[in-house]
Design a protein around this ligand. Structure first.
Ligand SMILES: [Fe+2]
Length: 182
């Protein structure tokens, strides 16, 4: 199999975004994410496991501001439902799987206060598979110990104010990711 590097991926993404824009190009970038996930030496090539603490950026393109980030591989984890602010995001597993849930809002869509969500779809993202979330899409994740996954973000989502939902309390709040500890 011909190798597909992170640079190849970012170069292809640049061309896709130039020609089609992010929204219409997202499916093509998702497919290329699966190609990247199919590289057996991805972690060996890009991640220094001695210094790895659960996530690391392995590529960034200044023109499109796309980031390629490795996550997980240690203890499993979950997230509450959230969006990604103005960013489109692709999630794909390198090992293990992620239980993915997509959510729709049943209320008027504000950023703070009461919010009502209904699960739209629950599915498993297996190793080598990737799934895309356009701007505004809401999802939650649940992944087991040892599952490495890759996130491709169009924009620096960790410096955005995003929406986080608390299903038990039935509310939405702003998550200022840049102000998160650690
Ligand atoms: Fe997310």
């Amino acid at each position: 199999m011909k190798s597909y590097t992170v640079d190849d991926f970012l170069g292809d993404a640049r061309r896709i975004v130039r020609e089609h824009g992010v929204r219409d190009g997202l499916e093509s970038i998702r497919k290329n994410t699966e190609r990247l996930l199919g590289q057996p030496d991805l972690l060996e090539t890009y991640v220094n496991m001695d210094e790895y603490k659960g996530h690391t950026v392995i590529g960034q393109d200044p023109e499109t501001d796309i980031y390629v980030i490795v996550h997980g591989g240690r203890k499993g984890g979950t997230s509450p439902p959230h969006d990604h602010g103005p960013c489109s995001v692709i999630y794909g597993n390198f090992t293990g799987h992620t239980l993915m849930r997509r959510w729709n809002r049943l209320d008027d869509g504000g950023s703070e206060g009461p919010a009502s969500l209904k699960m739209a779809r629950e599915y498993t993202v297996g190793a080598g598979e990737a799934t895309a979330f356009a701007e505004g899409d809401i999802h939650s994740i649940d992944y087991p110990d040892g599952a490495f996954f890759v996130r491709v973000t169009v924009g620096d989502v960790e410096n955005q104010k995003t929406r986080r939902f608390d299903l038990e309390r039935g509310i939405v709040e702003i998550d200022d990711r840049a102000a998160r500890p650690g």
